[in-house]
Design a protein around this ligand. Sequence first.
Ligand code: ATP
Ligand code: MG
Length: 376
Amino acid sequence: MANSDNQIVIHFGELWLKGRNRSSFVKILNRNLRASLKDEKYDKLENARDRFILHLEKGSDRESIMNALSHVFGISWFAPVVITGNSVAEIMRAASGMYKKGERVRIEAHRSFKGLRYNSQELVSAFLKNKKKFRFELDRDGSELLINITKDGAMLVKEKRRGPGGLPVGSSGRAVVLLSGGIDSPVAAFYAMKRGLEPVYLHVHAFNNNKQAISSKISELVKTLSSYSRSSRVYYAPAYLFQSATVKIPRKYELVVFRRFLFRLAEKVAEKENASAIVTGESLGQVASQTIANMASAQLGIKPMIIRPLIGFDKEEIISQAKRLGTYETSIKKYRDVCSIGVKNPSTKMNDRLVSRLYSECKLDSVLKRTEKLIS
Ligand code: ATP
Ligand code: MG
């Protein structure tokens, strides 16, 4: 094995549990890793059975690469690694080259191969016996140096970083993510991607044409989210046909009728994109449209599965996740969202019959067909 510190070891997370699907999941993770590193300089990405080894080269930007890796779902942890032979002398020599003078280091040794003449404890003792020879200092409270001993060699890992976990984006298929300008839906998109769904976004806007919507903050939200997925197609559709068709219905009913319309539109995009689910940022009871009765009558007859990753989240939890994700600042920027127009006291007890009646009175099937033609 090469003795070089110019490598990063990348460990899968849950992929281990997947039994027979494992190889296809690893393939998707491999593809996603390459996509997320497409602007980076590196020598090669090696698939080493239960992990990947990324070989860097001169000119590789390690920090930028580590940052990209922290956005790839399916990775449980990653770290710069030194690979060396598995004799005590080779391990000590390699460790010695990994630190600057005075750094405090705690040795943590594991053997996945037990056929050697020393055990983990004896390796640590050898370090202690030779401590004067190292530039670094051995210290129980120091940063961890993980030494993993295998049959073919030893892996020395420092600065272990947590990956985002979850499953590789695309391994669970595709979903249409209903994206608004608010705080919740970008967070819902994040959790959908975390479970392996590849997002296609749909935004329904209050502008006169899609061009204006494209230059709005929605693109900014998608850009932040796209560091987690290879591609992020966004569909835009105007709400004005819906709005002029529904002027006559009582305002308190408009919200749920709009939501049914939104789902129908998402269903059309799902057909086109071969997506089997629709993702929303709804949470139970957060606003009037999010009572069980209202959510149920809005989704009546919709074929794709509707996924609401935030169903059990409090608003504060969603906000702190949005801040971590980096979408919060964009979400709170002023924006004229379709749902924010009017409606002070929307009904919380809509039922299927009422929604269906209003839907057909306003001829929303035909409005849907015409709106579909305006999607781009
Ligand atoms: P958000 O913060 O995501 O806007 P919200 O708490 O404001 O959510 P609603 O306005 O009831 O709640 O919207 C619920 C969900 O419906 C949103 O999370 C989003 O998935 C979807 N949605 C709402 N408005 C739109 C829109 N204009 N275009 C596409 N999807 C939308
Ligand atoms: Mg909203």
